[in-house]
Design a protein around this ligand. Sequence first.
Ligand code: SF4
Length: 419
Amino acid sequence: MDVYLSALGCRLNEAELEAWGRDFARGGHRVLDAPEQADVMVLNTCAVTAEASRKSRKLARRLHRQNPRAKLVLTGCFAALEPARAAELAGVDLVVSNADKDTLVARLCEDLDATAMPAQARDEQSLYRAARTRAFVKVQDGCRNRCTFCIVTVARGAERSVPIGNVVETVRDLVQRGHREVVLSGVHLGGYGGDIGANLRQLVEAVLLSTDVERLRLSSLEPWDLPEGFFALWQDRRLCPHLHLPLQSGSDRVLARMARRTSRASFRALVDAARAAIPDLCLTTDVIVGFPGESAADFDQTLELSRELDFAHVHIFPFSPREGTAAARMSGQVDSEEKRRRSRALHELAETMRRETLERYVGARRPVLWETVAEGSCVGLTDNYLKVLVEAPSNRDLINAISAPLLCSVQGDALLAQH
Ligand code: SF4
């Protein structure tokens, strides 16, 4: 059968999509780049905000309009939180819960009694797959924490980890398919293994030991539950010196209202330990501005701590109450104008820190994985997650190559380089 896969939202949704793509390909089915000719369309929805749920419904309707003949399958967090509403959407034939995602491909093949396609289908699959340079691998799902603003922990349920052996096998398969970088992803990645008597350090050690992956990256990591000796892993230079640690707020009072299992002091100590162990570490983060009850003084603490910790990039989220979370029912909701003011102030600081980080690398060389070509330039990411542009050479295809160009100057949010 011909399948079209689409996802909204987080890296984990993307990792799931890639895994389904591989599974369909292994079964001899074809994964298309567009929905019009598909027999089945799978949409991995998001519900992290009310807006994300609205976008999920809108995309489902659009897919049905683009191909009313195809079977439309909805899964993901919107479908998990509002299964009845998802099933009522025009054209939806099947709603698959987050808990059943790992068996989605088998179930669809069974439901549709789909038989394997001829051999050439597989060749097309490898072509399709090779388009991606970085591959996301889901190693964990669900979360034991109860941050008061978070609906993901509700939508994705209890923690469950993929056994280390399965992850190693998947990474080996991806390396064989030509992927130069693998990103390990989860909802609460730091909690990996808690349900199977393992931990994240053991997983990373096994992947580094048992595969030839050239670059291994970790996706977002909550700043707690990290195993003993975790930062020693970075002695292996294949582990990318980049950590995404969501701070969310720099005020202990607000962190407590968010039920975050961290504080200013413990977050700072974690960053200090990481910086001491990992040369050229780049730190990125998430911050919510305007959380209920956040005073101007609380926000000033967020600015001050962010400045001190020197983030290379800050994802800024103006608080939006998410129905079904404790924070949505909290008193002290901050007015929109004030939220906008705080977002602007943090944006300005984030841009300054970004520029300072990039300027620190002018004149240096760093390994860059080239991923795309845009407006005559190749675009890639350094091992420590800095964006780099280089004039696309006429004599060779840089895509999916790793090289160490000279980083010459800063342009916007990127470094201009030359070989
Ligand atoms: S740790 Fe992350 S996924 Fe879990 S509840 Fe908190 S914000 Fe949500």
